[in-house]
Ligand binder design. Sequence first.
Ligand code: PEP
Length: 250
Amino acid sequence: MRVPVVAGNWKMNGNRASIQALLESIRAGFSREWESRFLVCGSFPYLDLISRLLQDSAIAVGAQNLSEFRAGAYTGEVSGEMLADAGCRYVIIGHSERRALFGETSQQVAAKFLRAQEAGLTPILCVGETLEQRQQGLTLDTVREQLRAVADVAGVDAFRHAMLAYEPVWAIGTGLTATPEQAQEVHASLRERIAVLHPEIAARLPILYGGSVKASNAAELFASPDIDGGLIGGASLDAQEFLAICRAAG
Ligand code: PEP
């Protein structure tokens, strides 16, 4: 019922030459027979280039952030409309790096979720606990609260055209990965939360896992019933690693 999704999050990496080389290698090794959804999320200045390089491919384009405002006197901001105009179909919202390093609040995350959908983009809403929260037994409370903050504002129907990504903060870029059992527990809990409001939307909602996913652990993670693919950081910058993860999902 749910098609697996593999999304690359390139973070603040790359330039015109490296992006061209990376996408050429990915396209060369990509199989049209993989029956999943694939996308890569690049930095603002390169989105147009990435869209052109991925034209006629099965790989879609996403951004890593957008403005909470629609348009106007917001110097330095980038709107959802602009992202759509640059060829994006997806946007990552509420990544833990944005929450922790740039002080993004739950209210801002919720506003960005709305702006993304208004622009016709599919938001990928990230939730996740810190190591301290996990050690205190607060994992499920933390992620459910992050989800609630958006669901309260956007309404459950908005999750018809959205994805969730469970990204334990302690597993991002650290080489530590949640075990399939740890991730499955959180994914099931998130789905259950939505199911209370709308069982059909919950059953269709893709919930990705992110946090040091690599070619060597992807298949095992993706085999869990509520893990519908991955949001891939570091490994998405290596064509062969990324392709192996796509193959594991596809
Ligand atoms: C991420 O930043 O979304 C992420 C999952 O990073 P990594 O795969 O490098 O842990």
